[in-house]
Design a protein around this ligand. Structure first.
Ligand code: ATP
Ligand code: MG
Length: 226
């Protein structure tokens, strides 16, 4: 299958999925996996699936960031490509979908605005915002942190390289300071990062088996990260 066919298919599937919430229960449980996804890889996907499974979530929305305040701009490729790769990566899981809410927003994108928007779309819902351990440890820099904790339950997922003692300490601190609702989850270790993938591509090293094959094809086809 060629890449443009795969992308077309991914867009059609994603459109269908975004209208559905799978469970019949009245309180929906919606997971949100935020990230730059530059590019998306198996660390993101395995983490989201582990959270979905453990907390019996109705769906997980992958939310590529538009203009993230915490990242240096020069390494971040066009949001359209990051969104396309996210749709391709999530197409084979009926519970996963990609959202363009953040990439459509002008200016800096803050999670708090996204959570507010999602609360309006999914009226009777509990939102689980998923973060890797590194992101959770850096959370103090977020805008309106207290409001974020009012709007969502936060899930801190283990990530190789981040000590669990440090994460637990952070969680305790956030619970005390903000009365935050935070749970943590062990995810089978996948020591994969987008930074490492970008470096490998630059050095013309293999990235096979670190991200979905169709995402790999999309990267080469569009000559990304060279
Ligand atoms: P970069 O190296 O560019 O920062 P990244 O691999 O860290 O990329 P992000 O888009 O920054 O990916 O991450 C989005 C979210 O996914 C963050 O909460 C991050 O902690 C989490 N995450 C990324 N990779 C993993 C992994 N291998 N295991 C667990 N969580 C991960
Ligand atoms: Mg990161």
């Amino acid at each position: 299958m060629n890449t443009s066919y795969i992308l077309k298919k991914a867009i059609i599937i994603n459109n269908k999925k975004s209208k559905k919430v799978h469970a019949g229960r009245s309180l929906k449980k919606i997971g949100v996996m935020g990230g730059t996804f530059n590019p998306i890889h198996y660390g993101h996907l395995a983490t989201a699936e582990a959270v979905r499974n453990k907390y019996d979530l109705d769906k997980i929305i992958f939310m590529p960031s538009g203009n993230p305040p915490h990242k240096s701009k020069k390494e971040i490729i066009d949001k359209k490509h990051r969104y396309n790769m996210t749709m391709i990566a999530t197409m084979s899981n009926i519970y996963f979908e990609a959202s363009d809410i953040e990439i459509k927003r002008e200016g800096m994108t803050y999670t708090v605005d996204t959570l507010e928007q999602l609360k309006k779309i999914y009226k009777n819902s509990q939102i689980f915002f998923i973060t890797g351990a590194d992101a959770l440890c850096d959370i103090d820099s977020w805008k309106y942190l207290d409001k974020n904790f009012e709007l969502a339950t936060f899930v801190g997922a283990t990530r190789p390289g981040i000590e669990s003692a440090k994460v637990n300490q952070k969680i305790d601190q956030l619970k005390q300071k903000y009365n935050a609702n935070i749970v943590n989850i062990y995810v089978p270790s996948l020591d994969i990062s987008s930074t490492d993938l970008r470096n490998r591509i630059k050095k013309i090293e293999s990235i096979k088996y670190l991200l979905p094959e169709n995402v790999e094809k999309y990267i080469y086809k569009n000559n990304l990260y060279r």
